[in-house]
Design a protein around this ligand. Structure first.
Ligand code: SF4
Length: 711
């Protein structure tokens, strides 16, 4: 029996795998939920069915090379690796190192994320590495760095939510995306204190029914003014915690001035949330926060991608943090602010150097001292480490342009489905001289590649992951890999050798982890005190965990830093920063258009490359459905189940209509997991947040037209 964690989302539910005899047509392992702190033994449908993919018939069995006729043919690993090295060396000699690029993922283990950053910078010599986490956590990271000086999704253990009296949750649908999370909302619901902000009456919003709380249903893309309106009420009614603000924050006076114009009636006009509901919510939060500080139940503000994946995502996160600071919550035991990380290693994946402007341990690639530290660990001159590269959207846009990358290596990502304005991405990939994709299935991106390298799945590899709480976990191998699949650490080590790279590239996860610890030592995300053996023994370790930290592997004991900021924030003066933010309204929609919101379903994960291959999940959610209000459908002459073309200036998508009163009259919803004419990201915009570079995923204007089907 092997204890490990679910391969999908950042909740990283604990599971146990047991090997099966393979001669009865069974799956290679049996999987069951394990009593772990985030999931308490429960799993969602995705987690329960994850083992189905381990011996899936579509699993890639050998390297595949594109042939002159466009088909793929299997080739040996020697041939494949020699070819990658030959192409990289040739392109580098002709066009310079920045003609090579790498695109990573928030699904990679800590060791792979670390090694990928090192490989790009030392073996390829390129600055052009970034990853799909720019599409996920970048606005939250930019907002929390600005306010607190440090970005860790939840700066407290998830289980702290259990005792909450009130939780304000904005833009997150955990009841569908990570159902075992819902158990941590039980305390707030019993207390009548779950407040959900979402333009849809989502499964999470429905948890507010029966006096468990209330649902605010703003117009899409107006979360920022709603937060400004809530903060205005705190100021206008003298409900802010002025002693906390004086003792622990900077910037109060300018924030106060910036809120003056957001009185509830004006906020209601912009957001569609009634003024009385805004007042009621602000007063309830202030009352609960005041009781929490007198020894009552804590109060939390949580955000998700629904408010973060916008071109004003950083400012919206900042407005949520400002609200939490006005209530006097962050860095206390009375509650706090947190963001709910999505991808499996969305937390660790952004700490260890695959981001275009970062080195391991959250070090800055532009800081000479940070560069010198990492160069020492890598055994190279700091001058050999390139400077900052291009963030994801710019990197994808630059592919195949005269000054852009000519060769791209993709690891664990499927940008053809998951990047904004997907047809632009498909076109950009087609401009490349050579595209290499490492994956275990022929994803839509792999299908465009010149060379596909088959890699290991989660239950076949060793490594570590960092969950949404900043807790470091062991991923363990429970079964042997298919004969011709290889781990990415091995692939990178082999390529580094062929490219005559400086430094050492180990194929062994534990050895890479030891090096990662040294590289992170003294950084914000310091892992230097985390011992592999302690992780193996089940110790609960939260970073930062500097060298010398005493760690106990006993149930109920939390090691490292489970709760951040209790003794001060991470800025030099230990104070949080209140940053005034402003709202720029979007251009008006044409009369015939509606707002499109995109998101995830219970049954599928991210681009769906894995879950669309699990029969029970496909059966439950085989195709994209357009959620539309019956009155809106009637106005567009759309009936239940009818095919609808959803279009705008970037593209068109076809989906069947699902009529539901859970939708707003002015808004439709599409899931983004599906390929081809069902790819929702054909409609989303690559316009990015100026600070975080987050694209505008969550809101677009679209037209609808019913398709007349033959009887
Ligand atoms: S997908 Fe997420 S919520 Fe579901 S079992 Fe896996 S880790 Fe848990």
């Amino acid at each position: 029996m092997t204890d490990t964690h679910c391969p999908y989302c950042a909740l990283q539910c604990g599971i146990t795998l047991e090997s099966n005899q393979q001669d009865h047509g069974t799956e290679p392992v049996s999987l069951r939920g394990r009593d772990f702190e985030t999931n308490g033994g429960a799993l969602c449908r995705k987690g329960y069915s994850a083992a189905t993919l381990l011996d899936h018939p579509e699993r890639l069995q050998s390297p595949l090379l594109r042939q002159p006729d466009g088909s793929f043919a299997p080739v040996s690993w020697e041939h494949a690796l020699d070819l990658v090295a030959e192409k990289a060396l040739g392109i580098r000699a002709e066009s310079g190192a920045d003609a090579l690029a790498v695109f990573g993922s928030g699904s990679l283990t800590n060791e792979k994320a670390y090694q990928l950053g090192k490989f790009a910078r030392l073996a390829l010599g390129t600055s052009r590495i970034d990853y799909n986490g720019q599409f996920c956590m970048s606005s939250a990271a930019a907002g929390t760095n600005r306010a607190f000086g440090l970005d860790r999704g939840l700066p407290f253990p998830l289980a702290d939510l259990d005792s909450a009296g009130m939780i304000l949750m904005l833009g997150s649908n955990v009841a569908d995306t990570m159902p075992p999370f819902v158990r941590h909302l039980a305390g707030a619901r019993e207390n009548g204190g779950l407040i959900v902000v979402d333009p849809r009456r989502s499964a999470t919003a429905k948890l507010c029914a029966d006096n468990a709380g209330w649902h605010l249903q703003p117009t899409p893309a107006t979360d920022l003014p709603l937060l400004l309106g809530l903060a205005h009420v705190l100021m206008a009614e003298s409900l802010a915690d002025t002693s906390y603000l004086a003792a622990r924050t900077n910037g109060f006076d300018s924030l106060k001035a910036s809120l003056a114009s957001w009185w509830p009636e004006r906020t209601a006009q912009v957001t569609g949330v009634p003024a009385e509901q805004i007042r009621h919510t602000a007063r309830a939060l202030a009352q609960a926060a005041s009781e929490a500080k007198a020894g009552g139940k804590p109060v939390y503000i949580l955000t998700g991608r629904g408010i973060e994946q916008h071109s004003n995502g950083t400012d919206t996160v900042t407005a949520a943090i400002n609200l939490a600071l006005l209530l006097g919550l962050p860095g206390t035991l009375a509650g706090g602010y947190g963001t709910i990380t999505g991808q499996g290693n969305g937390q660790g994946g952004r700490e260890h150097g695959q981001k275009c402007d970062q080195l391991p341990g959250y070090r800055k690639i532009t800081d000479p001292e940070h560069r010198a530290h990492v160069a020492r660990v890598w055994g190279v001159d700091p001058e050999t480490i390139p400077g900052p590269g291009l963030p994801a959207v710019e990197l994808l846009d630059a592919l195949g342009t005269p000054t852009g990358p000519r060769m791209l290596m993709v690891h664990g990502a499927n940008p053809v489905i998951s990047a904004p304005d997907a047809s632009r991405v498909i076109h950009a990939l087609s401009r490349l001289d050579f595209l290499v994709v490492c994956d275990f299935f022929l994803s839509e991106t792999a299908a465009q590649a010149d060379l596909v390298l088959p890699v290991l799945q989660w239950a076949e590899e060793e490594g570590s992951m960092t969950n949404l709480e900043g807790r470091i976990l062991r991923r363990r191998a429970a079964l042997a890999a298919p004969e011709h699949a290889r781990g990415e650490l091995w692939i990178l080590a082999q390529l580094a050798q062929r490219l005559d790279a400086p430094g050492h590239f180990s194929p062994d996860a534990r050895e890479v982890f030891e090096e990662l610890k040294l590289a992170s030592a003294g950084g914000l995300a310091d892992y230097s005190g985390v011992r592999w053996d302690d992780l193996d023994a089940g110790a609960a370790i939260y970073w930062p965990c500097p060298a010398g930290t005493e760690v106990k592997a006993e149930r109920g004991i939390r090691n490292g830093t489970p709760r951040l900021f209790l003794n001060g924030f991470a800025h030099a003066d230990r104070r949080a920063v209140l940053v005034p933010v402003a709202f720029q309204p979007e251009p008006r929609m044409s009369k015939s258009a509606v707002s499109l919101v995109t998101g995830r379903l219970l049954e599928h994960y991210q681009s769906g490359a894995q879950t669309r291959r699990v029969p029970e999940l496909v059966q439950a959610a085989p195709e994209p459905l357009l959620e539309i209000h019956p009155a809106t459908a009637l106005a567009h002459r759309i009936v239940q189940g009818q095919k609808v073309v959803i279009s705008n200036e970037r593209g068109e998508v076809t989906a069947r209509a699902r009529l539901t009163v859970d939708a707003r009259l002015d808004t439709v919803f599409l899931p983004f997991h599906y390929p081809d004419s069902g790819t929702a990201n054909l409609l989303t915009e690559a316009k990015v947040d100026p600070r975080s570079k987050m694209p505008e995923f969550k809101h677009a204007h679209v037209s609808l037209s019913a398709v007349k089907e033959e009887q």
